[in-house]
Design a binder for this molecule. Structure first.
Ligand SMILES: *Cc1c(COP(=O)(O)O)cnc(C)c1O
Length: 390
């Protein structure tokens, strides 16, 4: 542990020095199966040769210029993201929180353009949108907010998965301009709403002329079995935010929009020094290209279904396992008790997992995970959970 670091993380006592595919190697040459992928970041796994080559070549040509000039890689990435999402314009930044900040600013500016002086955004309980002041205020977790008051105002909170609660707000809150929601909640415990939830939210937003803004920072880029989680439905959002998996570990965030939301920002209203630079955009373009060529979103769908079914079989009848849920390679195993200790126990077994919302074991493996590796993962994890509950 370094006394020169601010203590923002309770870190595991291990350091990885190299990786390959779904495997990480520590300083002593020990190998670990990575079922977390840097928290849904390393979709292509570690040291993917195509990504390494593209980054080396780009670094040798150009790393940074400025958004004061045209950036061809950024223009190509924006076009590609619009093609695969059905949205119209992109703003690039460097993280998920920043992508959500852009969306929040678009919603507020749009409200002001409509003459609404104090615009409000509907957000959900148990949501997570980031650690900046506006995004932690939008987040539905007191632990994230405590100590940082006064919070940013202008958010109205309702339970996740409850479209009627959103509908009711329309009657009393004339200043609402947008709904910000994760299609499936990640940090909040891998929460999957009813199938028609997004369609209901879409209809409510249409009736009230609100923007539907999806935080797909965790669910986007193939993780749930489609490029974007909303593509499991037939709706289109007005705004969608991406980060985590987009650059395969090179920081890049993106706020995509269509319709009025795509043209709300005009010069001077928003910006980013680093956002959409040549290196980050090359990382994202290569990520999308490899994912498409290797059909990784579809692979995530089938492999995720296999993992959930195999875990359910291996843990059948084990009391203490409340639920096994997820979509694609975003998987949660809810236990009946806090289980943070499992992270340490899995590490000792050379397996990298995560626990969120106190009692939910969360798996976010790389999309390149192979079938044999998935079987090894379920075998090890089922054993660990049995021993933990036993
Ligand atoms: C991780 C996450 C964020 C925050 O992303 P950062 O890159 O850490 O700022 C926002 N929203 C969701 C849904 C996330 O999972």
């Amino acid at each position: 542990m370094s006394e020169y670091l601010m203590q923002t993380y309770a870190r595991q006592p291990v350091a990885f020095v190299r990786g390959e595919g779904a495997w990480l190697y520590d300083e002593h040459g020990e190998k670990y199966l990575d079922a977390l992928a840097g928290v849904a970041v390393n979709g292509l796994g570690h040291a993917h040769p195509r990504l390494v080559r593209a980054l080396c070549e780009q670094a040798g040509r150009l790393i940074h210029t400025s958004n004061l000039y045209r950036i061809p890689e950024q223009e190509r990435l924006a076009q590609r993201l619009c093609q695969i999402s059905g949205l119209e314009r992109a703003f690039f930044c460097n993280s998920g929180a920043e992508a959500n900040e852009a969306a929040i600013k678009i919603a507020r500016l749009h409200g002001h353009n409509l003459g609404i002086e104090s615009p409000a955004i509907v957000v959900m309980e148990q949501s997570f949108h980031g650690r900046t002041m506006a995004t932690l205020s939008a987040t539905g977790n007191r632990k994230v907010q405590a100590g940082f008051e006064p919070l940013v105002t202008g958010f109205v909170r309702v339970p996740f998965g409850d479209a009627e609660a959103v509908e009711k707000l329309a009657e009393h809150h004339k200043n609402i301009v947008a709904v910000l929601v994760e299609p499936y909640q990640g940090e909040g415990g891998v929460n999957i709403p009813e199938r028609d939830y997004l369609a209901k939210l879409r209809a409510i937003c249409d009736r009230n002329a609100w923007l539907l803004m999806l935080d797909e920072v965790q669910t986007g880029i193939g993780r749930t079995g489609k490029w974007f989680a909303f593509q499991h439905t037939d709706i289109l959002p007005d705004v969608m935010n991406l980060a985590k998996g987009l650059g395969s570990g090179v920081p890049v965030g993106c706020c995509l929009a269509r319709g009025v939301a795509a043209t709300t920002f005009v010069p001077g209203k928003h910006g980013s020094t680093f956002g959409g630079g040549p290196l980050a955009c090359t990382a994202a373009l290569t990520t999308l290209q490899v994912m498409e060529e290797d059909a990784l979103p579809a692979h995530a769908e089938t492999l995720g279904a296999f993992i959930r079914a195999d875990l359910a079989a291996r843990l059948e009848g084990v009391s203490g396992v409340q639920d096994i849920r997820g979509q694609g390679l975003m998987i949660g195993i809810e236990l009946d008790r806090p289980c943070g200790e499992l992270v340490k126990q899995a590490l000792a077994e050379k397996l990298l997992i995560n626990v969120t919302h106190d009692s939910v074991v969360r798996l976010l493996p790389p999309l390149v995970l192979k079938r044999e590796e998935a079987a090894l993962l379920t075998e090890k994890l089922a054993g660990l959970i049995r021993a933990f509950l036993g």
